[in-house]
Design a protein around this ligand. Structure first.
Ligand SMILES: Nc1ncnc2c1ncn2[C@@H]1O[C@H](COP(=O)(O)OP(=O)(O)O)[C@@H](O)[C@H]1O
Ligand SMILES: [Mg+2]
Length: 504
């Protein structure tokens, strides 16, 4: 296999941010080459340099033995470099076919598009590759996995010989990911080179020929898949070992903490979004809630926390009926909440770390007396919390808006866990968080569980659900598709339940 592309000594800054300080990369014909790294490692920036979106400050791009100091998007396209971005660029109101041929339509005359020819061409094309796409459907009516395949076909139709997929599986169920992988294998067979960006080590080990690791803008290494393993990759990615692995000791949950009986919860348009849900969660147990986004997770958690009324059914907390209690009353019972959107509801973004840490402690006698905050106590509390939850930088007065995603989330988690909640409702606790902090946050949640807290964790990330949960409840269209023991299930079974399938 010949080398078709190389990036050498690439540097790229955005103002004072050094996004890439030493970018190295080379691509062979017909290989699947993964690029891995934590959030912010510079993966997307490096790929956008290839796609002509950014010009590097220094370094060179070598394509088929020709050297460029930068590429324009037009040049990249002409060279056959296509990027499938994480945000799709399709037009919802147009059909799949119209989207694919947009700008490259076969014409009958100057102004008339020859749809018949286009469709015949595209049918042959998609069948040849075994792509499962429906040409006549409007984009708005197709699921996300299919939209992604449409993006890929569209890029191929524009003559891509190098296909860059930027975190393509972030939005897919395991089954859809499998379909994507079979598409990638077909592309590879036909001689296309694929650059696959991800931070999920499992899938990188499944699909790659070679893997390039980046960390904080630096090139770390390029390795052959056959000569490495997940542990080694994680270490190179993080610069240290992972603290926790996913092997859990079996815990023995205690009495029932929360019991929901046949609850119905309205959605935005009055329609019941949660229908007839019953479940329990015990002391010292993590109950994971899996499901594709939008299957009632939001309504479900809002009802449990008291932000949304329940239409029918009952919620009992240690046998006390809390169905109609306010958020505040529930908080007093030691029900904690990590909201999905830390930026708008989780944090006072313009407040400092200390402001946020003590936000819930307002009623505590040791910190507030006659409405006046005992500064010394508050400060020592904040110092302890920053230490215990490893919040960086260790500056109490640092404004939360300036924290990285992982550290901002640790502030929210520190605030909630330092209340010693009996029940913690954690929504997407690590969404948008770098892998090092994910690991730390998982450790904190496990520790709280082991100390007796009940945790209800809602997450669309199956790897996370499987790693953390004792039991898993799968939501599908507002109903329970199944409740399974975490150590007796796998991604495949969960994926099926998430699509409304039944267990065989
Ligand atoms: N257009 C931009 N303006 C300013 N900073 C940027 C821009 N794009 C990326 N960055 C910064 O560059 C670094 C690398 O980002 P990125 O390439 O998106 O990382 P990755 O894709 O590995 O998560 C991050 O610190 C990010 O905040
Ligand atoms: Mg990125």
């Amino acid at each position: 296999m010949g080398k078709i592309l190389e990036l050498k000594n690439i540097k790229k800054s955005f103002g004072s941010v050094k996004a890439i300080s030493n970018g190295q990369f080379n691509l062979l014909e017909g290989e699947v080459h993964s690029v891995i790294g934590e959030n912010g490692a510079g993966k997307s920036t490096l790929m956008k340099i290839l796609g002509g979106v950014y010009a590097p400050d220094e370094g060179s791009i070598i394509y088929n033995d020709r050297e460029y100091s930068s590429l324009s998007t037009k040049e990249a396209l002409e060279l056959g470099i296509g990027i499938v971005h994480q945000e799709f660029m399709l037009i919802n109101e147009m059909t799949v076919l119209e989207n694919i041929i947009l700008g490259k339509e076969p014409k009958k005359s100057v102004s008339r598009i020859d749809f018949h020819t286009a469709k015949e061409e595209m049918k042959t094309f998609t069948e040849e590759y075994g792509f499962d796409v429906r040409l006549n459907k409007k984009v708005i009516d197709i699921p996300v996995g299919e939209a992604q395949r449409v993006e890929i076909v569209k890029t191929l139709y524009r003559g891509a010989k190098i296909m860059i997929l930027d975190e393509p599986t972030a939005v897919l169920t395991p089954q859809e990911s499998e379909k994507l992988f079979s598409v990638i294998r077909k592309l590879k067979e036909s001689g296309t080179s694929i650059i696959f960006i991800s931070h999920k080590l499992q899938e990188v080990m499944e699909i790659s020929d070679r893997i390039t690791i980046m960390r904080a803008g630096e090139f770390i290494a390029t390795v052959n898949k056959s000569e490495t393993n997940k542990g080694e990759l994680a270490k190179m990615m993080l610069g240290r070992d992972l603290f926790h692995d996913t092997n859990r000791e079996k815990t023995s949950p205690g009495e029932v903490c929360l019991l929901a009986e046949n609850i119905f919860v309205p959605g935005e348009r009055e329609l019941s979004k949660i229908r007839d849900l019953s479940f329990e969660i015990r002391k010292g147990e993590i109950l994971g809630v899996a499901g594709v986004d939008g299957n009632g997770q939001k309504e479900f958690t809002e009802a449990l926390i008291g932000l949304r009324p329940v239409e029918a059914g009952k919620i009992l907390f240690h046998n006390q009926d809390i169905t109609n209690l306010s958020v505040k009353e529930r908080r007093k019972l030691k029900i904690g909440y990590i909201p999905e959107d830390r930026n708008s509801t989780g944090l006072l973004r313009d407040g400092s770390i200390i402001d946020n840490l003590i936000a819930l402690k307002i009623n505590f006698k040791d910190m507030v007396k006659n409405g006046i905050i005992n500064v010394a106590n508050a400060e020592s509390f904040a110092d302890d919390a920053m230490e215990k939850f490893d919040i960086r930088p260790r500056k109490k007065r640092h404004i939360c808006r300036r924290l990285s995603g992982g550290n901002a989330q640790k502030v929210v988690i520190a605030r909630e866990l330092s209340q010693s909640p009996e029940l913690l409702i954690a929504c997407q606790p690590t969404r948008g968080v770098d892998i090092g902090s994910i690991d730390a946050i998982h450790g904190l949640l496990r520790e709280a569980r082991d100390e007796g807290a009940s945790i209800l964790m809602i997450s669309t990330d199956l790897e996370e659900v499987l790693a953390l949960s004792d039991r898993i409840l799968v939501l599908y269209e507002g109903r329970i598709a199944g409740i399974v023991e975490a150590d007796k299930t796998d991604e495949e079974e969960l994926g099926l339940l998430m699509m409304g399938g039944v267990r065989s």
